[in-house]
Ligand binder design. Structure first.
Ligand code: L3W
Ligand code: SF4
Length: 431
């Protein structure tokens, strides 16, 4: 296993937080709001801020890894009407629990990042859409907004400049699909949270049909650090094309589950070591490296892989939102897939037929395999249903339901076949 001392593992967003030092004065004592103040004091041109973001190779931390600087450059500078900035804190992906920790422990990093984004894109109004099942952290974020307003870091004429930015918290409705960016915008408009067709992308047709930039919580929270250290230095913390640090939500059969912020490109073995290794000394069997929507990989493959967008893609999965679900040798892969399939079946918004019907088929078929009623051709049928969902739906939830099915069968086929043939589990212990 790689030694922890071989690499710099100093976190940025989650550095030195204890649950009490989240207030504005604590953030300022840590150097907070310096990036925003410097931009305003020195009247740094917005184009230069975006250039720093591009140089940092910061990529979207919500799942798709889209380059942040490029996304910000889509926003038209001269636009006659209102433009909006939106933060996606609608964290609902199974295994993901990093964004709520950001608003709980370091809400001002997010506020400062959003204010810098608003300045760079010439936006005066922003919303943070917070998952409807998060209550205490929502209240904390509201408090942090009030603190920032009182200190002149939000509102009219920020820090005595000509720049004004009104930021509001919005409590969502708790549906997973509201985390899809266009469903989120619909929900923010007060409508049923159902995804829109893309294109047009929110950059041109967003909230109330106006140009809108929407980024994940962690993406915005990284922005003050990019500006503080400079884009190139931030990029150098990680790997080429995979700049900076990333928060990984470690869950499952690890000794110390939790959020760990490490440089992009940290070996998975190091991350596992940080999380205390495997619980009870058991053997690693499988890992979902980027949230439940992403293909599962074998433990063996993961132990030889680094945690960055490109390395995980090369290994056959996606970094997603950085939710790492670790499964040990006692986990039944059929039962694990059953849980995931039920989730997507339950959370499908029902707009498109392949997803609405297909997620139900997937769930029912995995259910019958798990319960000893599987048929010999079920695995081919599952793959065929997944094929007919993937790439044929309005939003990525269809893909998210299909990809795990294909990967579980591909990487753990013998367990599925054993279940079908023997009508019970191959592994000795059940979940
Ligand atoms: C303007 C273009 N904008 C792309 C923008 C687009 C979006 C971003 C990425 O899925 C993934 C999904 C989940 N002009 C543009 C453009 N954009 N081309 O860039 O877009 P896209 O379509 O690649 O991805 P997406 O639809 O945003 C996100 C996966 O994330 N996921 C879910 C995570 C859940 C959470 C959570 O609970 N917090 O994050 C997890 O892994 O399956 O693959 O902004 O508008 N030409
Ligand atoms: Fe709704 Fe599923 Fe279609 Fe997405 S893919 S719009 S969740 S039915």
């Amino acid at each position: 296993m790689t030694s922890l001392h071989n690499r710099h593992i100093k976190p940025l967003i989650l550095a030195g937080l204890d649950g009490k030092n989240w207030h504005l004065q604590d953030y300022v004592a840590r150097g907070g709001y310096q990036s925003l103040k410097r931009i305003l004091d020195e009247k740094i041109p917005p184009e230069q801020v975006i250039a720093e973001l591009k140089a940092s190779s910061l990529r979207g931390r919500g799942g798709a890894g889209f380059p942040t600087g490029l996304k910000w450059s889509f926003m038209p500078r001269q636009y006659p009407g209102q433009k909006y900035l939106v933060c996606n804190t609608d964290e609902g992906e199974p295994g993901t629990f990093k964004d709520r920790d950001i608003i709980r422990y370091n809400p001002h990093a997010l506020i400062e990042g959003m204010a810098i984004g608003a300045y760079a894109m010439g936006i005066t109004v922003g919303y943070n859409y917070i998952h409807g099942e998060i209550f205490a952290d929502y209240d904390r974020f509201e408090e942090a907004i009030e603190e920032a307003r009182a200190a002149g870091m939000l509102g009219d004429k920020i820090h005595g400049s000509e720049f004004s930015f009104q930021l509001h918290a919005f409590h969502g409705y708790g549906a997973y699909i509201c985390g899809e960016e266009t469903a989120l915008l619909e929900s923010l408009e007060g409508k049923k949270g159902q995804p829109r067709f893309k294109p047009p992308f929110p950059a041109s047709f967003g909230l109330y049909g106006k140009p809108t930039t929407i980024n994940n919580t962690e993406t915005f929270a990284a922005v003050p650090f990019v500006l503080a250290m400079g884009g190139e230095k931030y990029a150098a913390l990680g790997k080429p094309n995979n700049g900076g640090t990333k928060i990984f939500s470690m869950s499952g059969d690890v000794a110390k589950p939790g959020n760990y912020e490490v440089p992009m490109g940290t070996p998975f073995a190091t991350l596992l070591e940080l999380a205390g290794g495997m619980r009870d000394g058991k053997k690693i069997k499988a890992v979902i490296p980027g949230g439940s929507s992403m293909p599962v990989l074998t433990g063996e493959v993961m132990m030889a892989t680094d945690m960055d967008y490109d390395s995980i893609a090369k290994a056959g999965s996606m970094l997603g939102s950085g939710a790492v679900i670790v499964m040990d040798e006692t986990r039944c892969m059929v039962k694990s897939l059953l849980r995931l399939s039920y989730f997507y079946f339950e959370e499908s918004c029902g707009q498109c037929t392949p997803c609405r019907e297909g997620t139900g088929w997937l769930y029912r078929m995995v259910h019958r395999i798990e319960h000893g009623q599987g048929r010999p051709d079920d695995l081919d049928m599952l793959n065929s249903i997944a094929d007919n969902i993937q790439g044929r739906t309005i939003c990525a939830l269809g893909d998210a339901a299909a990809m795990p099915v294909r990967a579980f069968i591909k990487n753990f086929r013998e367990e599925f076949e054993y279940h079908i043939e023997h009508k019970h589990c191959l592994v000795p212990t059940y979940m």
